[in-house]
Design a protein around this ligand. Structure first.
Ligand code: HPA
Length: 277
């Protein structure tokens, strides 16, 4: 799939992938999907042992990710009776994929039964008091990519509305639940950028003026696509660096190493969360 939005057959493709997922895993319906961003791989271990794990690219419409730190694997895990689909890695628009490809995984998961979509990412921190290694709940976002994954023909009403309300995009209920489990969690507004270049210091000052606390190159399109289909979305950033101009110069290796160092703590937080969902 290419282009910037959703071609007419995108939902059919996701339905095909959902059927292939059920067949491959032997699990008719999954309940929760957890998308793990850069460096979150070891966090997956804490969710438990997978009953089935395979390359995402084995399913129709999935691509192998090209970014270091993004594994491109799907795991099906039984977490206390809840069927959790874990996606290790995601595809990004900056890899040259159309947005239908970027959101194909969450659409597939929702059509496979997931009512809850948990998105994680690595982000630059630019809000007051944000520090490296800190997890932050995403309370809202600024989609500054100039694009929507919902561009395209009007979808069937069974899929979702033409003009979806984004007021409760990042579920207040799920955020409250997460904060109850982990009272130290703070919330922030995530600015979604196209990348792949990191921002300039002037862009970071602009984002501060706009009210952003976090900046990254993923998540916003997946969140919109999942919410559009009626799923509840919980999203969490790990601050892997201070945003451009606020700290040291930026390097993807450093971003990954912070994520890897924090992965255990993130994993246990995720595991506790998923048990509560
Ligand atoms: N900017 C954009 N994306 C990111 C950053 C950042 O500072 N850190 C991790 N992903």
């Amino acid at each position: 799939m290419s282009g910037t939005g959703t071609p007419p057959d995108a939902y059919e493709r996701a339905a095909e992938a959902a059927a292939a997922l059920a067949e491959r895993t032997g699990v008719e319906r999954h309940d929760v999907v957890v998308v793990l961003g850069s460096g979150w791989r070891t966090a997956a271990e804490q969710l438990g042992e997978a009953s089935c794990a395979f390359p995402a690219a084995d399913l129709p419409g999935f691509h192998a990710p090209t970014v270091e730190g993004h594994g491109g694997e799907l795991r099906s895990i039984d977490v206390d009776g809840r069927r959790v689909l874990v996606a290790l890695g995601r595809v990004h628009a900056y890899e040259g994929h159309g947005l239908a490809d970027v959101v194909h995984g969450v659409r597939t998961a929702v059509l496979a039964g997931c009512r809850t979509v948990v998105l994680t990412n690595a982000a630059g921190g630019l809000g007051e008091g944000m520090s490296i290694g800190q997890p932050v709940l995403i309370a809202d976002h600024l989609n500054l990519t100039g694009r929507s994954p919902l561009t395209g023909p009007t979808p069937d009403a069974a899929i979702g509305p033409r003009f979806p309300d984004m007021t409760d995009l990042y579920s207040a209920r799920l955020r409250a639940m997460a904060r109850e489990l982990e009272p130290t969690l703070v919330e922030g507004v995530y600015a979604g950028m196209n990348g792949p270049q990191y921002e300039t210091p002037a862009e970071i000052r602009m984002l501060q003026t706009l009210g952003a606390d976090l900046v990254g190159m993923s998540t916003v399109h997946e969140a919109v696509a999942a919410h559009h289909m009626g799923a509840e979305v919980l999203a969490m950033s790990l601050v892997t660096n201070l945003a451009a101009g606020l700290g040291d110069s930026l390097d993807h290796e450093d971003v990954l190493s912070v994520a890897v160092t924090s992965a255990d703590a993130m994993g246990s937080l995720l595991a506790r969360l998923v048990r509560r969902l």
